[in-house]
Design a protein around this ligand. Structure first.
Ligand SMILES: Cc1cc2nc3c(=O)[nH]c(=O)nc-3n(C[C@H](O)[C@H](O)[C@H](O)COP(=O)(O)OP(=O)(O)OC[C@H]3O[C@@H](n4cnc5c(N)ncnc54)[C@H](O)[C@@H]3O)c2cc1C
Length: 381
């Protein structure tokens, strides 16, 4: 086997690491390349609260979430079921188990919320994924199957006569017939025509506190675009209650006011166990990718559609919620082609096709992507 037969994956966050695992399991030789292979995962995968909600108006996202959770449950401490407060009708529509719990129904539920909760909708399969743990685990499986891990900053995908022949890093040229871009918010540096738009998103950690006797489930206040998570020894809160801030259009602004409003949803520590201290909170601005239809881009970007052993592919704008399912799907598509896929999988790949917006006005696509920011959790309806 020559070096060019190795698939080069650029980006070793949860998506690239999971792809390295699934391709290696299918006996495809892989090189996983990243600016940093540090175990602290410097980019999006190192930060998120990792909420995985199954129900989405887009059936492809619901299916990807189901597949991802199946994957994460096989990884030690990769996934914790927590339930979430959300909408019953959509769940029933997709045949997902959901039920009411609360005082009226004889049960009890402890939430770190300020208001009286009469009833809450518990999705038993929803939960939180430990994204860094999953990424590191997947890297170790891939390594044990022969995948190479290489540090390098890719500056260019090298295309000759319509075919990719490798990638250029600041230090080297790495030959490859197939390159997969999994660079998250950095995607447009390598694929400038893909409408992937990074936006700023505020999240804050409370002061440390002793663990609660019973940890609170992940909570959403959809009508206020706010969500919160019990992280064990501190709480986290995030808010979509602000206009989308595109990072390439303007400087990231401070989100202090947005978070101050979000803090108000939790009871203060003075009110006893379950209270939250936001006085010494550690807020930070995260970045994640928006697309015009809220779906990731997964599949071939460039090259001969009849030849799955060549070309430029991508899996970008993928949330933790979908990463395991996306990696499994793409690995299968690259190895088995159309014929090996089920009808459902072929439909998903059509929905996720990176070329679905080709030829459309970039400005209009960006405006549509940013509008979707406040409806990430389908909370408009
Ligand atoms: C505050 C916040 C809250 C979030 N909450 C949730 C949530 O609750 N649920 C959920 O599902 N998702 C959530 N997300 C989104 C989720 O974190 C991301 O979608 C996911 O981690 C993306 O993974 P990735 O592997 O695509 O990207 P990343 O983790 O960003 O990995 C990309 C990698 O590519 C590398 N790279 C980039 N360019 C190059 C290059 N040119 N050469 C070499 N390497 C390169 C980077 O170093 C990086 O390691 C949240 C994100 C943020 C920021």
């Amino acid at each position: 086997m020559s070096d060019k037969d190795r698939v080069v994956i650029v980006g070793a966050g949860i998506v690239g690491s999971s792809l390295a695992k699934y391709l290696s399991l299918l006996h495809v030789p892989v090189t996983l390349l990243d600016r940093s292979l540090s175990t602290t995962l410097p980019d999006s995968t190192g930060l998120p609260p990792g909420f995985v909600g199954h129900v989405n108006e887009l059936p492809t996202l619901t299916e990807l979430a189901k597949r991802s959770v199946e994957d994460y449950k096989n990884i030690p401490v990769g996934f914790k079921s927590e339930g979430s407060r959300h909408r019953l009708d959509l769940a029933n529509k997709y045949g997902l188990p959901a039920r009411f719990r609360g005082k009226r129904h004889g049960g009890s539920i402890r939430l770190f919320v300020k208001r009286d909760v009469l009833a809450a909708l518990l999705f038993e399969n929803d939960g939180t994924a430990a994204a860094p743990t999953i990424a590191l685990y997947d890297r170790s499986v891939a390594s044990s199957l022969g995948a190479r891990m290489v540090e390098g900053d890719v500056k260019e995908l090298v295309i000759e006569h319509g075919r990719v022949i490798g990638v250029k890093t600041t230090a080297d040229f790495i030959p490859a017939n197939r390159v997969i871009v999994t660079t998250g918010i950095w995607t447009r540096q390598l694929l400038p025509d893909l409408p992937v738009h990074p936006v700023g998103h505020p999240y804050s950690h409370s002061a440390e506190r002793p663990p609660r006797q019973k940890s609170s489930p992940f909570v959403r206040w959809p009508e206020n675009h706010v969500y919160g998570r019990d992280h064990g020894t501190y709480d986290g809160i995030g808010s979509y209650d602000h206009p989308a801030v595109s990072v390439d259009a303007s400087e990231l602004r401070g989100f202090d006011d947005v978070l101050r409003k979000a803090y108000d949803h939790c009871p203060p520590t003075a009110s006893g166990e379950g209270g939250v201290d936001w006085k010494d909170a550690k807020p930070f601005n995260g970045l994640f990718s928006m697309t015009p239809d809220n779906l990731p881009f997964v599949g071939r970007v460039h090259g001969d559609d009849r030849d799955p052993s060549s070309g430029v592919w991508c899996a970008v704008a993928v949330w933790v919620t979908s990463a395991g399912g996306v990696a499994q799907l793409l690995a299968k598509a690259m190895v088995e082609g159309e014929e090996g896929m089920t009808e459902v999988e072929r439909g998903m790949l059509r929905d996720l096709d990176p070329r679905r917006f080709e030829g459309q006005d970039q400005g209009a696509l960006k405006a549509t992507s940013l509008r979707a920011y406040n409806n990430i959790y389908n909370s408009d309806d």
